[in-house]
Design a protein around this ligand. Structure first.
Ligand SMILES: [Zn+2]
Length: 289
């Protein structure tokens, strides 16, 4: 059997919050449990939201939790040429097109840019959009959820925005392919985009990989924890050992032999010994303060 390769891929738009810790711990534990590798990728392509200083802070915080990733962190902003190359190749293959519609036009109007056959021009701020093929899957198999039905609802997917920001979907798929990732473990907020991302795998002539979606940490019934809605930094809520135990409990793991006086490394090692993937719950979970 091929070697398991997983990854944790935070965006440096703020410090780690509890939801990021759950994703880090979940992807880390699943990879270790499967005797695989776990890579760290910094998804910092949105230069409006991501800041360099947060990259160093996130690396330091992950270290405080005792995580040891395989290899050097992969910093997406250092590889932008790769994403542009892939996007242009998709245009050459007639799988993507240049578009000069504004975002507000795309929300309400119809885009006719594909028929216009716009060419890239240094003067124009053109977006580059991927054509969702007419034949595509509307469901996928998740290791925790089983078969998830999630119909693709768009006919095109932005790969590069007019402001030149490379989209999350393009970079994530290109990197997962390039880094040989065999399973994506991530939060359930990304379930809906999965079948759309699978269209990109097909367009890039690559077999789709396997998925495992973790429960979503919610501040209450409606709000997921995220940097955008200013969720508190997890290390402001308690010391690393205590927060690790809390994250393990969130993933429904046995924490009976653990206590906050242990170092994060000891907690992590003990947790990995006893980690049970089948116990990971589905759906959303409100975290208690
Ligand atoms: Zn358009």
């Amino acid at each position: 059997m091929a070697e398991y390769i997983g990854r944790f891929a935070p965006s440096p738009s703020g410090r780690l919050h509890f939801g990021s810790l759950v994703a880090a711990l979940g992807s880390y534990a699943v990879a270790k449990h499967k005797n695989g590798k776990i890579l760290l990728r910094i998804e910092d392509l949105d230069f409006f939201r991501c800041k360099k200083e947060y990259t160093s802070i996130i690396l330091k915080e992950l270290d405080e939790f005792g995580f040891v990733f395989d290899g050097e962190p992969y910093i997406q902003s250092e590889h932008t040429d790769v994403y542009y190359r892939v996007a242009k190749k998709l245009v050459e293959e007639d799988k993507a097109f240049y578009c000069n519609c504004t975002r507000s036009h795309l929300k309400t109007g119809v885009c006719h840019c594909r028929e216009k056959g716009l060419k890239e021009n240094a003067q124009d701020n053109l977006a580059l959009r991927f054509i969702i093929p007419s034949t595509h899957q509307n469901s996928f198999e998740d290791e925790i959820y089983g078969v998830i039905s999630s119909p693709v609802t768009v006919d095109a997917l932005t790969l590069i925005r007019r402001d030149k920001v490379i989209s999350y979907n393009l970079a994530c798929v290109v990197d997962d392919i390039h880094q040989g990732v065999t399973q994506v473990v991530r939060g359930s907020d990304l379930i809906d985009i999965t079948t759309t991302q699978m269209c990109l795998y097909n367009a890039l002539d690559t077999e789709c990989i396997s998925y495992l979606h973790l429960p979503l940490a919610m501040a209450d019934e409606t709000y997921k924890l995220s940097k955008q809605n200013r969720s508190p930094a997890v290390l402001d809520q308690g010391p690393p050992s205590q927060m690790l135990i809390k994250a393990l409990a969130f993933l429904n793991q046995d924490i009976s032999g653990l206590n906050p006086q242990m170092t994060p490394k000891v907690i992590l090692n003990k947790a990995l010994d006893n980690f049970e993937i089948q116990k990971i719950p589905v759906g959303k979970k409100v975290i208690e303060a």
